[in-house]
Design a protein around this ligand. Sequence first.
Ligand SMILES: C[S@@+](CC[C@H](N)C(=O)[O-])C[C@H]1O[C@@H](n2cnc3c(N)ncnc32)[C@H](O)[C@@H]1O
Ligand code: SF4
Length: 386
Amino acid sequence: MTSDRLRSGGFGLYIHWPFCQAKCPYCDFNSHVWQHIDQSRWTKAYLSELDRVAAETPDRVLNSVFFGGGTPSLMEPETVDQILSRIRANWPIANDFEVTLEANPTSVEAQRFAGYRQAGVNRVSMGFQALNDNDLKALGRLHNVSDALKAYEIAQEVFDRFSFDLIYARQNQTVTDWEKELRQALAMGPTHLSLYQLTIEEGTAFGDRFARGLLRGLPDEEVAAKMYEITQALTVEAGLPAYEISNHARANDVSLHNLIYWRGGDYLGIGPGAHGRVSIGKDRFATDTELAPQVWLQQVETLGSGEKSRDVITKYDQGLEYVMMSLRLAEGCDLDRLAEISSNQVKLNNINKLESLSLISRENSTLRVPTDKRILLNSILAELVA
Ligand SMILES: C[S@@+](CC[C@H](N)C(=O)[O-])C[C@H]1O[C@@H](n2cnc3c(N)ncnc32)[C@H](O)[C@@H]1O
Ligand code: SF4
């Protein structure tokens, strides 16, 4: 039996909807543009997957569900309703059960918000990306600022909890531009914000343009670091400090689902390309699914499972993963929990050295990376697990 301690990261369910209306040039998520999607066929496949994973985790209390994508706001409310009904039938649900759906802020999608709420969604996360029409165009977005503001208004009317995403360090963006935009975003009174620095991913249109020297005007590292610094200062001032590298919230508005990932909790992943981490009996498994939507769908229909692989995670790797995830968080890494998760197999190095450089802080059994240094997390981790 898995101990309560190991389960204390929580238990969530991620559902991947792999379709979008258009592919954004910076995006390397598993997203595809299809002309026609037979939603009743897809619904059946998701329900079958839910039954499969529920049979393995019958006694677990579910803390959260996250519909991610792709663009889950292209799902019919009826599809979401059927999935959530099956989830409620399959697992005991926590009192503060969180159900988030990622939404693109076009007008058509915002009109579905009431239906999603009816189905049981209680939080939306909207991809605004920029608050300036020229930049939205350059990012290949199908919405403009006015659509985003309208979607925000509708979200405010329909949901108690909502968040939006912005991407900074965009082409030709100055520190002052970003400061102005972020102030504008904060003046809208959000209680949760995800603020990501633009990453140029290989295999995307931006990645190709960048490799050919054609993606001009990207802020250099120093400017991007300054933008990160300003982001921390302004969000703290507005009462939304970072609880994770890119996520900011008022104290009661952190995303419970994302915390499960960063606290090393268990989560099931269903849908094309979704992965999971799940403790069954005395082992913890990493699960992966078929990436291509058509292959996933056919595999679920013919073999009764969309799972592609399932591997036992060694105690050492569990510990390593916990260190890497938890140090993203303001609350940091609980060294007692690390010892238990990894059966004392992960020994961290250079703690004193990193402490003397103010790159980490240690308080009793908690290790933290200070907010202003979290942008250096990869180098810090390299020292810790050297
Ligand atoms: C799963 S994605 C997209 C959700 C939704 N389809 C949308 O585009 O609004 C979640 C978020 O990741 C961020 N993101 C995606 N690609 C990124 C990149 N290359 N650099 C920085 N942020 C990125 C965007 O802010 C996006 O809203
Ligand atoms: S950023 Fe969002 S809308 Fe754009 S392709 Fe990626 S998942 Fe789809």
